[in-house]
Design a binder for this molecule. Sequence first.
Ligand code: UDX
Length: 439
Amino acid sequence: MHTRNRITVIGTGYLGITHAACMAEVGHEVLGLDIDADKIRQLNHGELPIHENGLDELLRRGVVSGRLRFTTSFQEAAEFGDVHFLCLGTPQRTDSSAADTSQLDAAIDALAPHLTRACLVVGKSTVPVGTAERLNRRLIERAPAGDAINLAWNPEFLREGFAVKDTLSPDRIVLGVRTESAERTLRAIYAPLGDIPTVVTDFATAELVKAAANSFLATKISYINAMAEVCEAAQGDVVALAEALSYDGRIGGRFLNAGIGFGGGCLPKDIRAFTARAEELGAGRALSFLREVDEINIRRRSRAVELARELVGGSLAGRAVAVLGAAFKPDSDDIRDSPALAIANAIQEEGGLVSVYDPVALDNARKAYPTLGYAGSPTEAAQEAHVTLLLTEWSDFVELDPEEFGSVVADRNVVDGRNALSPIAWRAAGWNYRALGRP
Ligand code: UDX
């Protein structure tokens, strides 16, 4: 029998809702907190404000069982919880490429005055190295219980679309701790997950693991996209190249899909914030390659626009353009830094008449890019289109029948931005098929 803990989860974004619902699922008593009262009302009714596989069911189950509740009150959270998880966002600052940690500071400032007994505060957000140390001082200064309060850093590695799976069966658990009791408490909280490899370390290393992991993943994607650029120049095929690389166990095949590159709320901002922090620490040289990683990534978007332009004979002005996909990746409604929407927008700026379709991200896309055209299905988007771009590899798009789909367009021109379609099948159906990194 595992011990039940009373935990709070402060911040109910992607990470916070997932963590709260998963902790309730494994038996803990959980109180989620957010300053957004509308969201809290919704969550208390078991309604999920985001799209994430399997999470709606977990949320409902937690709320119905009574083990999962939500509040806007820091006082209630402080009275309830023995462990407080910080799951606040750390977006890119508007005035630089560094991370904005002000939501974490604000949460500490709101929580600390109510902390009158010993407890553990655990940071999960992705932060610049040194933040845990700083927040620890801030917490002890402001909490009536002073140094009876412990801090720990426990980064989260979940992927959107797999958030529940990644939280309930993580590859590893990283604990940045200063005391044995903090380690014991966190091990007990995660004990119901089973035997997960656990690395116990200091604050700085725990913070760095997350930045290092995301930088590695971004570098791997930009590496294969750099190979795609070379393939384009040399008439090679990056898909075959990646397959050949993938059989080398030291390289591995995951995160080796060439295309329009990475987006989302994590990788782009994390590599920039990591570079900015390394520069502050006098270690800027060590990460200067991440600027190249970022530039290669952005260049791929321009290349997709260029391929579309070539297919319609040199100018996109006045041409009908179907864009399949708005989310930054499939199985997500997240459009933050979405390469698909950046490309759709660039085409519109060149005078293209863009019509975007996505199975779940349309509402979010409309809010962020209100001037783009939108459609209710792939065929509606492609009605009389001169060129079609596949920019998010939803299975609905990958499974399109090129013959049937071809009957609605004006011209059978397609740019496969994710190397997800079969060039043989599409060419056999009379399409001019172009992809990134392929002849
Ligand atoms: C990422 C990390 O994977 C996760 O561990 C971390 O906690 C948060 O950031 P996420 O942003 O959900 O997760 O998406 P991920 O699956 O990593 O994809 C990121 C982007 O890279 C997407 O835009 C995706 O389309 C792109 N990508 C991924 C490629 O272009 N090629 C690939 O081979 C893999």
